[in-house]
Structures are given as structure tokens and as C-alpha cells.
Design a protein around this ligand. Structure first.
Ligand code: GDP
Length: 461
């Protein structure tokens, strides 16, 4: 399905740069751009006559003779283009005014401004990419770590699509066979079918469970490892955050209990993104506002992927410290024996290491122990928790939900098989699983959901 209207937008960042790209896509792209594009002899350049995937040099002119900018125009004819339509990309000089004026000229010639994500939406609707690939474009733009980039590229190249298509094909074959056999029992026997279904369902169940399990890691890759910084008041939580950020963004004060809410900062360590959350000091208190902060801190800790428990080496180990350590017992993490630049009071060997948490001597003031900590948490996650390899990591919440729905239907199908239910009961769960998987690649998604997905894209993409 090709659209009649031709769309245009500035595809590069809105800040001034040395060049900007204006993307034009649609059936009239070449006619429209040719209307404002001239060679050095002021002759109009007919882009439709140019070879595809070539670069043309010339001038954008307001009217024949008034040069607005010296540009390069890339010609990419459909279907070998981003949108699968005829595309022209004008590389002009970066200024805002130049870009806006070129865009206005394109409008005068018959283009209309593209909506956010409309180029990618056209690529999807024209069948060049599936929905999982379209969503990975957005992930790639927003990627904040090397692993996140690697994952988005793999999705963009169709890793999710290929896997989902394979699983759906398997289901479709069985659905078709079952329906045919139920319609024509005289000629098609279902004798072997339960055995085959058993094998296939078990395979699908394992594959879906594996994908879903990986998607937990996928979430960590995309959004960062949620790391709660906990400890009783005044042990140095805010100072630690400043230290790891190497800046002074967290409020540091020596009055106990001043971090009343949580503060969140992203830090990239090695190839991984960590989201550090400075929580309120956990302790017993009568202060209502502080109590709200403490409750929030406990909640953050429960949802954290990693905890950094801080103990003040300069004061006696108190019941409050042990309370903090006990609270963090179930979460992987590390204990920082902080303020070692000052004379120590608590002996490091006195700290109980619940759940074998590593204890690191640390100073948020001098940065002692920082390298050891960064190395340790990176290894902890990369080597033990994030088994990142060439597997498929579904990171998108919408896709994950459809995956879970498909697994639920397959689970029900498995129960029916186990309970030796009649075969005609199988098909409803098989069809449901087939449709849920279809949502991931966009084959069974309603138009309003598609609109919603692309609305979140940036202009020009
Ligand atoms: P929080 O309540 O746990 O967030 O603690 P803060 O980060 O606000 O620190 C409380 C006090 O301890 C401040 O005066 C900090 O300057 C001080 N402090 C924190 N870490 C260190 C450290 O490693 N060495 C020294 N000497 N002082 C520290």
C-alpha cells in the first residue's frame, strides 16, 4: 500500500550543527525536490532520471536564481529506501533558518510535514520492516550503553522477527492440520497428533519461557541496573552518589535524615548502564515526612537489582546498621565500609556479610575503593547476572506482554494435552498463542495501537 502524499521533515537534531538532513518520502519526492534543486548553471536537476543510491550536487533555490543553500541530495528509489518509497535526502548547511526555509519550499511544492515516526511507520506499513524492528529503531536512538546498542541493532536486523515467525509457522501448521482433521475425520487421522502436539508444545513452551527469561535481562540492558544505595542516616549515601557521578549533584549535608526523597542518576560503568538511587537513611523515626522517605527507600530496595549497603567505619556498628544489612539480605550487592580516610572505630571483620556480600573499604571523599567497586559490580552483573550473548533479548514492554500472553496460552494447551482432553479443545489456545505472537511483529495489532507506538517517535524518524 503506497501513500499518495509526500512527506518531509528535518531528520537531524534541532540544535545547530554543521549539516542537517531533510528527508522527503513519497511518490512525488523527486518531482517536489527537483522543483527547488538546480545545478551550477541554474538548470533544474531531474532527480527521477538519476540512478538510485547516488548523490547529486547542487543548489536549493527559492526561485530560479536566488540561491538559498549549497546542498547534496541523496536519491534512494523505492523499494530500496528507508520507507520503501521514493526517498530524497537533502544534506544542507545546518542552521535552523536554512532548514526551515527549505522545508517551507518543499511544502509550497506539495509535500506535507511528516508526523513523528511517520517515516518508520511507512517502512512498517509498506512491509519493509516488522513492528519489532520499528520499535528497535526507537531503542537504538535512545540506547545508553554499548550492550543496549548491540541489542537494538540485532533486533533491527530482524532477530526477534525471525524467531517469532518460526514459532508462529510451527503453530500454524498444527492449527491447519487439526482443523483439517476435525473437518474431514474420514481421510485425516488424528492418531499420531497428540504425540506430535506434545513435542511441539513442549518446544514452544521452552522457547517462550527462555525468551521471557531473557527479557528480564533485556530490561536491565535497556533501562539500566537499578541500584539502591542504602544505609542509616549520615553514613555517606549522598557522598557516595556524588563520588560515583564524580559531580556534586546529590545534596550532601551532615544533618542526619536530610535525604527525604529518593534521587536517581544514571552512570555507565564499562558496557553497562546503572541507575543509582540514593534513598533516605533507613532508621526508626517519629518524623512523618522522614518516615515516608524511609518507606519509599524500603520499597526501592525491594525492587532493586543491586544494593550498595553503606556502613560508617568511623562509628560503632549499631543495631540500625545490622537492620539495613538484614533488609538487603536477599538482593545481590556489596557492602561499603565507608570513610576509611578517617580513623576507623568499627573493625571491618565485625561486619556480618549476609548473603556473602563483598565488603569493600571505601572513601567517598578520596575515592579509595571506587575502582574496586566499579570492577566488582560490573563483573557481578555481566558475568553472573547478565549472560549477554547473541541470544534474543526482547526489551520492549509491549512485546514482552504479548510474549507472556502467548506463553499463558501454550501453558493451557500443555495442560489440555497432559489431561488428555479432546483435540478439538486445543485449537483455541493455539490460535490465541498465534495471535499474541503476531502482536510482537505487528501482524495482529489494531491501528490505534500502531498509531500510539509511532507517536512516541521523534520528528523526522
Ligand atoms: P547520607 O545521610 O548517608 O546521605 O550521608 P552524607 O553523604 O550526607 O554524608 C554525611 C557526612 O559524612 C557529610 O558530612 C559527608 O561529608 C561525610 N562523609 C561521607 N562520606 C565520607 C568519607 O568517605 N570520608 C569522610 N571523611 N567524610 C565523609
Amino acid at each position: 500500500m503506497f501513500y499518495q502524499d509526500t512527506i518531509a521533515a528535518i531528520a537531524t537534531s534541532s540544535k545547530d550543527g554543521s549539516i542537517s538532513v531533510i528527508r522527503v518520502s513519497g511518490t512525488q519526492s523527486y518531482e517536489i525536490v527537483s522543483g527547488i534543486f538546480y545545478n551550477k548553471n541554474m538548470r533544474s536537476i531531474d532527480l527521477s532520471a538519476c540512478e538510485t543510491h547516488t548523490i547529486q550536487y547542487g543548489y536549493i533555490c527559492r526561485d530560479q536564481g536566488t540561491i538559498l543553500d549549497e546542498v547534496l541530495v541523496l536519491v534512494m528509489k523505492g523499494p530500496r529506501s528507508y520507507t520503501a518509497e521514493d526517498v530524497a535526502e537533502i544534506q544542507c548547511h545546518g542552521g535552523y533558518m536554512v532548514c526551515q526555509t527549505i522545508l517551507e519550499l518543499l511544502m509550497e511544492k506539495g509535500a506535507r510535514i511528516a508526523e513523528p515516526g511517520e517515516f518508520t511507520k511507512r517502512a512498517f506499513l509498506n512491509g519493509r520492516i516488522d513492528l519489532s524492528q520499528a520499535e528497535s529503531v526507537m531503542d537504538l536512538i535512545q540506547a545508553k550503553s554499548d550492550i543496549a546498542i548491540k541489542n537494538s541493532i540485532s533486533q533491527l536486523r530482524g532477530s526477534v522477527k525471525r524467531k517469532i515467525v518460526q514459532l508462529r509457522e510451527m503453530l500454524l501448521e498444527d492449527i491447519a492440520f487439526l482443523e483439517a482433521a476435525l473437518d474431514d475425520p474420514e481421510h485425516i487421522s488424528l492418531e499420531e497428533f497428540p504425540l506430535r502436539m506434545r513435542e511441539h508444545t513442549l518446544y514452544l513452551k521452552n522457547e517462550l519461557e527462555h525468551l521471557l527469561q531473557n527479557s528480564q535481562n533485556g530490561q536491565l540492558i535497556k533501562e539500566g541496573i537499578k541500584t539502591a544505595i542504602i544505609g542509616k542516616p549520615n553514613v555517606g549515601k549522598s557522598s557516595f552518589l556524588n563520588c560515583i557521578l564524580r559531580s556534586e549533584r546529590a545534596i550532601v549535608t551532615d544533618i542526619p535524615g536530610t535525604t527525604r526523597d529518593t534521587l536517581e542518576e544514571e552512570v555507565r560503568i564499562g558496557s553497562t548502564l546503572f541507575r543509582f538511587i540514593d534513598t533516605a537513611g533507613i532508621r526508626e523515626t517519629e518524623d512523618t515526612i522522614e518516615n515516608i522517605g524511609i518507606e519509599k527507600a524500603k520499597k526501592e530496595m525491594k525492587q532493586a537489582d543491586l544494593v550498595i549497603c553503606i556502613i560508617d567505619s568511623g562509628s560503632e556498628l549499631q543495631e540500625e546498621d545490622l537492620y539495613v544489612l538484614r533488609q538487603a539480605e536477599e538482593c545481590p550487592g556489596v557492602i561499603l565500609y565507608n570513610k576509611v580516610d578517617l580513623p576507623t572505630v568499627t573493625d571491618i571483620s565485625m561486619i556480618p556479610s549476609y548473603d556473602n556480600k563483598k565488603i569493600i573499604s571505601f572513601s567517598a571523599v578520596t575515592g579509595e575503593g571506587l575502582d574496586e567497586l566499579e570492577h566488582y559490580i560490573n563483573e557481578l552483573f555481566i558475568e553472573n547476572k547478565i549472560h549477554y550473548n547473541d541470544e534474543i533479548y526482547i526489551t520492549n514492554a509491549r512485546q514482552k506482554e504479548s510474549l507472556a500472553d502467548a506463553l499463558e496460552s501454550i501453558g493451557q494447551l500443555w495442560n489440555s494435552i497432559e489431561m488428555e482432553m479432546p483435540e478439538d479443545l486445543y485449537s483455541i489456545d493455539m490460535i490465541n498463542a498465534y495471535e499474541s505472537l503476531g502482536k510482537i511483529i505487528g501482524e495482529t495489532v489494531e491501528d490505534d495501537i500502531i498509531d500510539k507506538i509511532f507517536k512516541d517517535f521523534c520528528m523526522g524518524k
